[in-house]
Design a binder for this molecule. Structure first.
Ligand code: GCU
Length: 422
């Protein structure tokens, strides 16, 4: 079985250039990817043990050093303070909890987790966990949600005033979150405002949790230490720490998901923290699922210029030098193996390079094959709105723009059901 999968992968690799030509209108994009199955010293990996003991740690270290930066290992004591519980939220279908998580002895550093749990279940429930862009109150019109008091980057008036939320921001992103749909499917949702951990703006690293980890005299993360995406990913793991203590939650069945920059974040969280049972990347693009060597849509240089705070200092060395980066992003997907991963693109989101997003799943497939698991079947992406989700790597390209929509959630729920139901 295993050999068959690997053989079919190799055969299809041989026909790849022809497929590219048929499938896309783009000029042939020539690139040579680092081989996920070969170590830097040239050793071919063909066993799970070789992957887990040698190649996986090597790839992880390369991402840490060159891309997202290292996550500090210091153990920060967490303190959970329940802010509110309502057993009668969303017309009685859900329990809403809000929990403040403090990261230090004083009250300065904290994040607020908003949780909805389906009342239809009387056992611990599987969860979707994701960071949100607009403050927890933007996720649903439920007036019981506390309004975030943090600075918000994308803050249209009148929902926000001078970058701070007003009551008019309640539910403005409810279409992105589809809480009712998630609850009806028997899942819970946990979400945190990403700006709780570090504001999404250049030069604001010291306004977030990073200083808690500084060595004596340190003023900013070193060139191989985390940027904002690393901080946000760390926060997702801390939310999971909390969920492990909540007996209404099945913390072994938590899906980490994210859209766009928060999709890049979800992938990095899932790659580092094996407790996440499933990982979803929604339109994560450059620095997320997209193959950077394709140089299609956004590139490393463009992203580092617009968002210099997202990745580590060393990542800037690869501006316009994609081919020198010792990893590519199919290897980020491979770090999630053998756990299920779902990659989603949108047809009008060429900036995020839909084909590159698909191909990272395809090129991660040999690692899934090592475990005897099916990844993607072919290097040719499916048609628009034709999801593929019968393997351990799922994918769809939705018609429309860069966004997360009810259609996307339908696919995520269906995919998660395959792994989590009963
Ligand atoms: C910009 C950025 C992308 C990012 C996106 C988002 O478009 O260039 O890399 O994914 O913002 O987070 O919405």
């Amino acid at each position: 079985m295993k050999q068959k999968i690997i053989l079919s992968f190799l055969l299809q690799l041989a026909i790849l250039p022809a497929c590219f030509a048929q499938q896309s209108n783009e000029a042939a994009v020539g690139y040579h990817l680092p081989d996920v199955m070969r170590t830097q010293s040239g050793k071919v990996i063909n066993t799970v043990a070789g992957w887990e003991k040698t190649r996986r740690p090597e790839i992880t270290a390369l991402f840490e050093k060159n891309v997202q930066g290292k996550t500090p290992v210091k153990n920060i004591p967490l303190r959970y303070v329940p802010l509110s519980v309502s057993r009668n939220a969303l017309n009685g279908t859900a329990t809403r909890k809000q929990v403040r998580v403090y990261f230090s002895g004083d009250d300065k550093y904290y994040m607020d987790i908003l949780l909805y749990l389906p009342n239809s279940k009387n056992k611990p429930v599987p969860m979707f966990l994701g960071l949100n862009f607009g403050g927890n109150q933007s996720v649903n019109a439920d007036t019981g949600i506390l309004i975030s008091e943090r600075w918000v980057k994308y803050a249209p008036e009148p929902a926000y005033k001078n970058h701070f939320a007003t009551a008019a921001s309640r539910g403005t992103q409810s279409n992105d979150w589809c809480v009712e749909k998630i609850i009806a499917a028997g899942y819970g949702l946990a979400t945190v405002y990403y700006g709780d951990l570090q504001p999404d703006s250049a030069n604001s690293v010291n306004a977030g949790v990073a200083p808690l980890f500084y060595r004596k005299g340190q003023k900013e993360p070193a060139a191989d230490e985390w940027g904002a995406i690393g901080v946000w990913a760390w926060c997702l793991s801390r939310a999971l720490d909390y969920m492990e203590t909540d007996k209404d939650i099945d913390s072994k069945r938590v899906t980490v998901m994210g859209h766009s920059r928060l999709g890049k974040t979800a992938l990095w969280a899932g790659a580092q923290d094996k407790r996440f049972a499933l990982v979803i990347s929604n339109n994560s693009g450059e620095g997320g699922a997209a193959i950077t060597r394709r140089k299609y849509g956004e590139t490393i240089a463009v992203m580092n210029k617009a968002f210099p705070h997202w990745f580590c200092g060393n990542f800037k060395k690869y501006n316009d030098k994609e081919d020198e980066l010792p990893v590519d992003f199919h290897e980020l997907i491979a770090l999630i193996a053998p756990r299920p991963v779902y990659i989603a693109s949108a047809s009008e989101d060429q900036w995020a390079d839909p084909l590159g997003e698909y191909l990272s799943g395809w090129y991660a497939t040999p690692v899934y094959a090592l475990y005897g698991l099916k990844g993607l079947n072919t290097p040719v992406p499916p048609d628009i709105n034709q999801p593929v989700g019968d393997g351990t790597i799922g994918y769809h390209i939705r018609k429309g723009v860069h966004a997360i929509t009810p259609y996307d959630w339908d696919q995520y729920i269906r995919f998660a059901n395959r792994f989590f139901s009963k």
